[in-house]
Each structure stands twice: as structure tokens, then as C-alpha cells.
Design a protein. Structure first.
Ligand SMILES: C[S@@+](CC[C@H](N)C(=O)[O-])C[C@H]1O[C@@H](n2cnc3c(N)ncnc32)[C@H](O)[C@@H]1O
Length: 293
């Protein structure tokens, strides 16, 4: 299945050369969450760590690791002694992630690898767990990447995938669409939302569980919203007139909300296992020819 988006969200050269060459654009959006997040279930990265529930000593692949915030900010939720392979399409992200994870002083081993989720450079059954956090909406065919995750997992290994839910941060995306055109919804959730993730993962993994992390953002600064909305398409190539239009719209929305724009923040995790080999697997079935007389 191809993702419905054929735009920049899955355009490898755009992702590498502009969106994720380094963590600046991602940081503009993360800042909104860090500064204005409330409610929810505590720190997002610790929440991921707790729900991934990795056994101590696991060999873990984090694909699409970004700047490695999970391993730094979520470390208290992980057991000691994990062995980490941090992989990303972007060499700049891999460098930052390795530095962040090593700085955390919590892991037995940290290695960085430049890699594409659709064609992983790892042998079959080399990991106890694969994490793919907020990245499968960038992959042209999520089924291909999921089958790669399954291939590199040992039987009984854990897959943890995070993404956004439909409706995530609706007022934010509506402001962007009013200023720049395009969709008035979260492109990540449109392409690979949590429910779609659950259904695609269920095709290849068993058992599968889904966890939601509901929260909200209460944003009080127009420049912070403008910075975030101009960090990804179409806002990242908007002309001055469109950006000024956005500033006016954000200021009007803030005034209407008494100085605050409240946005639902809905994201979550699908956690699944690669089934251990069953007694009835092909190799265990007795060859009927051996019974021939
Ligand atoms: C939204 S960021 C998420 C970063 C991190 N996992 C997190 O949750 O903070 C998406 C990351 O996926 C990476 N990425 C995009 N397409 C990829 C692919 N096909 N294979 C590996 N990494 C990819 C990007 O370079 C970027 O670092």
C-alpha cells in the first residue's frame, strides 16, 4: 500500500536536504510541546519508555531516531543495560542521537547507523526490540518497512510504533491552512494515524496492543506558533505576505481565546510482538513422504 501523500512528507530528498538535515525544524515543533503541554500522562518520552516495557539487556533498534531525545529525556523509564542501535536516514540526526544517548550514561552500548527503514542494513533476527517513533508517516510504503522490522526482530521480539491520532492539534493545522492553503489537519495522522498503524501492524504481528496518550497544549505566544507552522510544508516555503497573514490569524485567535489557544494533543503507541515460532510451523510439520510405505 502506498501512503496517500505523494508530497514532501514522504519525499526522501526533501526530508534529507531540508526537513531533517539537522534538528532545527523539528525543534521548532518540539518547543511547543515542551513549553505548553499540560495534562496528559507525564513526560512523553518517559511514557514511551514505560509502555515499550523493554526487558533489561535488550538489543534495541531505534529507527528514525531523530536527535535521540527519547534516550535522553526518557532514560528513567528504561532499564539499565540496553544495547542501542540508533538509525536514521539523516546522518546529522544519527550524530546528534549518539551524542544524546551516550551523554545519558544509562546504556551498555550505543551505536549509530545511517539507514532507510524500507531496506534495513541488518541481518535477520538481530534485535530484541524495534522502536519506530513518529516516523512511519515519512516512509513511502509502511507495509514494506513493517516487514523489515519483522525480519530483523528475533521471534518473541517487541515492536513499538508511535504516531499521532486523527484530530491531533486541530486548531494549529487549521491556522496553517487558513494562511497557506493545504490540509487543515495533521499530515502525520492523515498518512499514518494510530488506528491505521494498529491495523497495518496487526497484519504482520501478534499480539498487538494500542495505548493512547491524551493531553493538550495551551499556547500563549504567537511567535512560537508561527515558528512551528513555518517549519514544515507548505509553511516552510511561504512568502512574506502569507507569513504576515498567519501572524494576523494567530494574534486574532489568541485574542479570541483570552490570550490562550488550546489544542488537543492526541498521540499514542502500538506495541506488538513478533510471534515466537509455533509448534505448527512449516519446519515442525512431519513430511508426509516419510510415512510412505
Ligand atoms: C518526526 S522525526 C521523529 C524523531 C524521533 N523518532 C522522535 O520521535 O523524536 C522523523 C525522523 O525520521 C527520519 N526518517 C524519515 N524517513 C526515514 C526513513 N525512510 N528511514 C529512516 N529514518 C527516516 C527523519 O530523518 C527524522 O529524523
Amino acid at each position: 500500500m502506498n501512503n496517500p501523500s505523494v508530497g514532501a512528507d514522504v519525499d526522501r530528498s526533501y526530508l534529507l536536504s531540508r526537513q531533517y538535515r539537522d534538528s532545527k525544524k523539528l525543534e521548532a515543533r518540539a518547543h511547543l510541546h515542551r513549553r505548553y503541554g499540560r495534562g496528559g500522562q507525564g513526560n512523553w518520552f518517559e511514557w514511551i519508555a514505560r509502555h515499550a516495557a523493554l526487558p533489561a539487556g535488550s538489543q534495541v533498534l531505534d529507527i528514525g531516531c531523530g536527535p535521540g531525545w527519547l534516550w535522553e529525556q526518557g532514560k528513567d523509564g528504561f532499564p539499565f543495560g540496553l544495547s542501542l542501535t540508533l538509525a536514521d536516514l539523516s546522518p546529522g540526526m544519527v550524530t546528534d542521537a549518539v551524542r544524546a544517548a551516550q551523554g545519558a550514561g544509562h546504556y551498555a552500548r550505543v551505536e549509530g547507523v545511517v539507514a532507510d527503514a524500507s531496506k534495513l542494513p541488518f541481518a535477520d533476527e538481530s534485535f530484541d526490540a524495534v522502536l519506530a517513533c513518529h516516523m512511519l508517516y515519512h516512509v513511502p510504503d509502511a507495509r514494506v518497512a513493517l516487514s523489515e522490522f519483522k525480519r530483523v526482530l528475533r521471534p518473541g521480539g517487541i515492536l513499538a510504533v508511535t504516531t499521532n491520532l486523527e484530530g491531533n492539534m486541530a486548531p494549529f493545522y487549521e491556522l496553517g491552512a487558513a494562511a497557506f492553503g493545504g490540509n487543515a489537519s495533521d499530515p502525520g495522522a492523515d498518512i499514518f494515524g494510530l488506528r491505521k498503524a494498529e491495523s497495518l501492524i496487526s497484519e504482520q504481528f501478534n499480539p498487538v496492543e494500542m495505548f493512547e496518550y491524551p493531553g493538550e497544549l495551551a499556547v500563549t505566544s504567537a511567535p512560537d506558533i508561527v515558528l512551528a507552522l513555518t517549519s514544515f510544508p507548505p509553511g516552510d516555503s511561504a512568502d512574506d505576505a502569507a507569513v504576515e497573514r498567519l501572524v494576523d490569524l494567530v494574534e486574532a485567535a489568541l485574542e479570541q481565546g483570552g490570550g490562550t489557544i488550546v489544542m488537543p494533543k492526541v498521540q499514542g503507541m502500538v506495541r506488538a510482538s513478533r510471534q515466537a515460532a509455533s509448534k505448527n510451523s512449516v519446519t515442525d510439520v512431519e513430511d508426509p513422504r516419510s510415512q510412505a510405505t
